[in-house]
Design a protein around this ligand. Sequence first.
Ligand code: ATR
Length: 283
Amino acid sequence: MRKSRKSPTLTGVIGTPIGHSLSPVIHNYWIEKYNENGIYVPLEVTRTNFKEVVEILPKMGFRGVNVTIPHKEAALMCADLVADNAALLGAANTLSLRKNGKIYADNTDGYGFIQNLKESEPTWRAVTGPALVLGAGGGSRAIIYSLLREGVPKVYLTNRTIERAKLLQNDLGNRIKIIDFVDLEKVLDEVTILVNTTSLGMIGQPELKLPYDKLNQRTLVYDIVYNPLKTDFLKRAAERGCRTVDGLGMLLHQAASSYQFWFGKKPEVSLELRTLVTGKLKA
Ligand code: ATR
């Protein structure tokens, strides 16, 4: 007779399209490394089916799921308990499915951004000066929230759609100053960190055009785009003599935080994992 074995702990990521998600590579690497009896699966789910799918997950043995485009807002609506940051950001990227059937929603994007920043640039201090953030989408919200929490005195924000920037400012407070793209030159010298949260520079997208010659060499330049790993934005900044941080670390650290929710231990974001994931990038 077959030896009885506890059924594996299921985790996964819900979104559409989901085929290119790197999360299964990352989480299954940790599951194997830490000898968990588990598996992390990609779940292609449309908007119409999202709620129904989430409700059935605990009955199927799922312990948790990541949530990605286009379900990050809907994920909040399905939850019984919502972390403060997820509530403020209006979006969740991690759901934990508790034994009592309750669903807990959190957002680990801001954590991933800051943790990667601290590991890549241990001497960086939030209080030393203002930040400049390009873009006002979901990623930007999580990043601005975490920068403000770290103590950044001021955040300059610019976005193609000004109304979206205003909504973000309204939700996250008066330390955010909205500026027009054409006025970026005026603040470039002053900012200690510059973050691109737009999709510009991503494979298949237009380049991010900036007055790079006005960049201050002391400004730390961070791109949340990770495909390609070295975007033109980062290359141009490095040519100016700026230190740069790429977006892959943020992806890995937000995943590490989700993993901790489900398996109770913080996994290592190792060079081996970075190399594995870099090998999967299409660029
Ligand atoms: P995410 O959740 O990953 O942040 P998002 O909410 O779609 O994704 O936000 C994408 C960001 O990239 C937005 O700031 C968007 O600007 P708009 O709010 O005006 O849409 C920005 N973006 C995308 N394509 C752009 C382009 N061609 N030019 C300028 N900004 C662009």
